[in-house]
Design a protein around this ligand. Structure first.
Ligand code: MN
Length: 248
């Protein structure tokens, strides 16, 4: 099948290369990815700057399209101009997990939800590691998942893989997105000129529901969460419909 491969870590990222190697023997894989890292840009799109596209080659071989834009820009541009509709969009493998509230900040996940908006099935794949990342198992797992997906049903799946040796991974859990807020802080520092600046750090999840992506991943399971881009609060909907906003 025809697969669009993208990410938010940039076209030269190791995780993207690992996925390309795992998927390209069996599928036609086209890469359209940001020319530099655009992690944590969420669902941003570029409106006030031109979207420059560079063809990247490895030696003489075509490697992919590098876009001076966000992951969402890449999926839109691929769909409308560079590639056209595909059978599947895969975003990743991201360096670092995308679970809980971080799903909202993630460029990796937003590329997948954008694909779903455009009517294409999509996977966002992330590895829970920031140092000494080994993408081999995550790439292998993704390729087996791709072989077994029911492509007749539209879907957007957020896949998070623990950074553990394969034999220590406990299995796959279908989860819901964790929604509890993060414990986070800002480190206050001084630059060499004596000016104050801040650096966000020390993120910790305060999640304990075993059905969530956060807890499953921490317990050593591969977490798969079906996502939708509909942000409607359905619980509040009937109440608001019956609410008298204007008294006549
Ligand atoms: Mn990233």
């Amino acid at each position: 099948m025809k697969i669009l491969l993208t990410n938010d870590d940039g076209i030269y990222a190791e995780g993207l290369c690992a996925l390309y190697r795992a998927l390209s023997p069996e599928h036609e894989v086209v890469i359209v990815a940001p020319e530099a890292e655009r992690s944590a840009v969420g669902h941003a799109i570029t409106l006030s700057d031109p979207l420059r596209v560079r063809v990247i080659r490895q030696g003489r071989e075509f490697w992919g399209y590098a876009v001076k834009g966000t992951p969402t820009d890449c999926v839109k541009l691929a769909f409308y101009e560079l590639v056209g509709p595909v059978d599947l969009v895969v975003s990743g493998i991201n360096r670092g997990a995308n679970v809980g509230i971080n799903v909202l900040y993630s460029g990796t996940v937003s590329a997948a939800t954008e694909a779903a908006i455009l009517g294409m099935p999509a996977l966002a794949v992330s590895l829970a590691a920031y140092t000494q990342e080994d993408y081999c198992f995550a790439a292998y797992f993704t390729s087996t998942l791709v072989e077994n997906l029911p492509l007749s049903t539209p879907f957007c799946l957020n896949v998070n893989i623990p950074h553990l040796p394969a034999h220590l991974i406990k299995g796959v859990k279908i989860t819901r997105q964790g929604t509890r807020k993060l414990q986070e802080r800002f480190e206050k520092r001084l630059d060499p000129h004596g000016n104050v600046y801040y650096w966000q750090c020390g993120e910790r999840f305060l999640e304990d529901d075993p059905d969530t992506d956060v807890v499953a991943l921490e317990a050593g399971y591969i977490s798969i969460t079906p996502l939708t881009h509909d942000l409607t609060d359905y619980k509040l909907l009937p109440f608001l419909k019956n609410f008298q906003f204007f008294s006549s």
